[in-house]
Design a protein around this ligand. Structure first.
Ligand code: TUI
Length: 312
């Protein structure tokens, strides 16, 4: 059940892809997700080549299953990350925050699958035209840098507009969300926040517990005025951001405040002045368990949900 074309494309058991979260998605998390039958992803964020090279080496030691990397296209080290994909023969690359078009020809030569995150139908169509293997339709419910449209609106509009498989992201953390995504035409899901609250995730415990304590309206978007909205959990930093935005402070001032804030939260555990990126589904997450338990639970829950719908 739920063996979709994405399973075949990416050589995985379950159509679950882990979000490529900067700082959070290290070798430990990626290997655990891949080992449990999903596709683990190492999030490169703004990290330099030597750091990611070490993560790839570690992940290869931890699992013999395939895993991918996420390249954040605003990173100053994008070209180094592309070189790493070639050197390490990484089978899957997801991208965020831009258009990976110019790298696709090179990836095709080494049979690396390219799957960009897209926030709109227009970009999804463009990505299909330039030869991407699938797209991740990420709704504004997601954590981190986000687009405008919700998963519920974005996914069916994209599945109707392209012929490549669509992966749904944003607001998915259990079997109900998984089945809902497939009902909208997606062939897989990408899950981020749920994987932060796992035993294998190296994020600071205070970061994980802030997600566990979050309620439905705690994951808010700031930075809309800068044109780069980011979803994080409410704290002293978001209060400061909101104040600056209300006072029409220069965009560069606001962006300066955000620099380094993610590491502060994920690594140092500063959940007041750090950027606690997390999705709107945070309120649904109430425990920390292993990646295998998370994935097994989603899959068995999804089966139950599907059977219950069939009875209606
Ligand atoms: O990339 C994300 N979310 C992220 S990346 C990140 S780490 C970071 N650290 C410091 C500075 C900046 C980021 C935290 N969260 N999500 C995927 C995503 N991609 N969301 C939206 C987009 C997107 C937006 C515009 C993708 C393509 C795009 O196209 C622009 C174009 O070139 O047409």
């Amino acid at each position: 059940m739920f063996n979709t074309e994405i399973c075949e494309l990416l050589n995985i058991k379950y159509p679950i892809i882990q979000g490529g979260m900067a700082w959070v998605a290290t070798a430990e998390l990626a290997a655990a997700v891949s080992d449990a039958g999903g596709l683990g992803i190492i999030g490169c964020g703004n990290a330099p080549k030597d750091v990611i090279k070490k993560e790839i080496k570690k992940a290869k030691e931890l699992t013999d299953k395939p895993f991918g990397i996420n390249i954040m296209l605003l990173s100053p080290y994008v070209d180094d990350m592309i070189d790493l994909v070639h050197e390490e023969k990484i089978p899957v690359v997801t991208t965020g925050a831009g258009n990976p078009g110019k790298y696709i020809e090179g990836f095709k030569k080494i049979e690396t699958k390219v799957i960009p995150v897209v926030p709109s139908v227009a970009l999804a169509k463009r990505m299909e035209r330039v030869g991407c293997d699938a797209v991740i339709a990420e709704g504004t419910e997601a954590g981190g840098h986000i687009g405008e449209l919700t998963t519920m609106s974005l996914v069916p509009q994209i599945t109707d507009s392209v012929n490549i498989p669509v992966i749904a992201a944003g607001g998915i953390a259990d079997g109900r969300g998984f089945v809902a995504a497939l009902s909208l035409g997606a062939k897989a899901v990408q899950i981020g926040t749920r994987f932060v609250c796992t035993e294998e995730c190296i994020a600071h415990n205070d970061y994980k517990y802030k997600i566990l304590k979050a309620k439905d309206r705690d994951a808010i978007a700031t930075g809309r005025s800068t044109g780069h909205p980011v979803r994080t959990l409410k704290n002293k930093l978001t209060k400061e951001f909101n104040k600056l935005e209300k006072n029409n402070v220069d965009k560069s001032e606001i962006e300066k405040m955000g620099a380094g804030a993610l590491k502060k939260a994920v690594i140092d555990g500063d959940i007041e002045y750090g950027s606690v990126m997390a999705g709107q589904i945070s309120g649904l997450i109430t425990d920390i368990k292993s990646c295998r338990e998370v994935i097994d639970e989603i899959m068995s829950h999804a089966k139950e949900v599907k059977e219950n719908i069939a009875k209606l």
